[in-house]
Design a protein around this ligand. Sequence first.
Ligand code: NAD
Ligand code: UDP
Length: 312
Amino acid sequence: MPTSVVTGGAGFLGSHLADALLANGHRVICVDNLETGSLANIEHMRADEFVFVPHDLIQAIRIDEPVDFVYHLASPASPIDYLRLPLQTLKVGSYGTHNALGLAKFKRARFLLASTSEVYGDPEVHPQPETYWGHVNPIGPRGVYDEAKRYAEALTMAYHRQQGVDTCIVRIFNTFGPRMRPYDGRAIPNFVRQAVEQKPITVYGDGSQTRSFCYVDDLVRGLILLQESGEHLPVNIGNPNEFTLLELAEKVIEVFEATSEIVFEALPVDDPKVRQPDITRARQVLGWEPRIELDEGLRKLRASLPREAPVA
Ligand code: NAD
Ligand code: UDP
């Protein structure tokens, strides 16, 4: 039975990845300090094949059993989290990635870095292929996340080229699904919470900025395919169907049958104006493409929520 370490395994993506790996017959060791994750995301994983190790990745990690794969996902990911935790974000991207790569080197395990579309910043090339090097503001508030991930990519390639570690890098584009925290601040959990509570939907700016939303099951399938491939260079994983934020708000209202109005609030500093993955490499290298479009993903998300209490 192969053993996979998932750092950040109690978070949104990490817990879905752990579920998929367990279903594929892996033993899973989840390493997490619960900074933005939660035990509620993993409490259903009671199998003997699942182990939770509470640990801050900023400190070196020791695991006393063979490891075949390291999936390194630990990092704050939502803008409200990394703006609240700027130093921890830089430290987990740097020391944390060193420690996870060191573990992979020691165990001779294959290593996957969860990088991000944020390495492209507010892009001048659209859609973004992996060959585009980005347009990031290093000193703006989002710089702590974007530069931590860019450093982590450089570090991963150095461990690969100089230390011979078998590595890969996935650049994840906006992903959504069950287990996102209602108050994690990202667009879909905000809009969904607001729609369920029949409150106004808060669109930042004029809503003309775009994002491309991938359902979590598609994303996890891509992570596992990449980890099990022989690829070393970055691969974009995301859904190339692009929507304005205003279109997203309207879709959420429709799918959740909400009566909410749309209100406009200030656009955050350095908020990227467009984002759309070019997934040519994912198609060629992994034979991967998304199967679940935004409408269907939103319907699945609605079905996963606890039933709304009947109005008395
Ligand atoms: P999340 O906040 O739900 O999960 C991150 C997990 O990492 C949490 O469980 C948190 O407790 C843990 N963590 C943070 N710092 C840690 C530390 N120092 N030591 C140990 N554990 C630590 O976020 P997510 O959306 O699941 O994102 C997971 C990964 O995917 C992140 O690396 C993120 O940058 C990347 N990513 C996510 C998206 C997305 O749309 N969700 C997009 C791009 C990249
Ligand atoms: N956004 C919004 N209303 C919200 C939350 C986010 O309009 O309540 C916008 C945000 O300004 C950005 C987009 O939605 O343009 C995606 O934001 P998110 O935080 O989900 O992810 P990002 O792509 O910025 O990392």
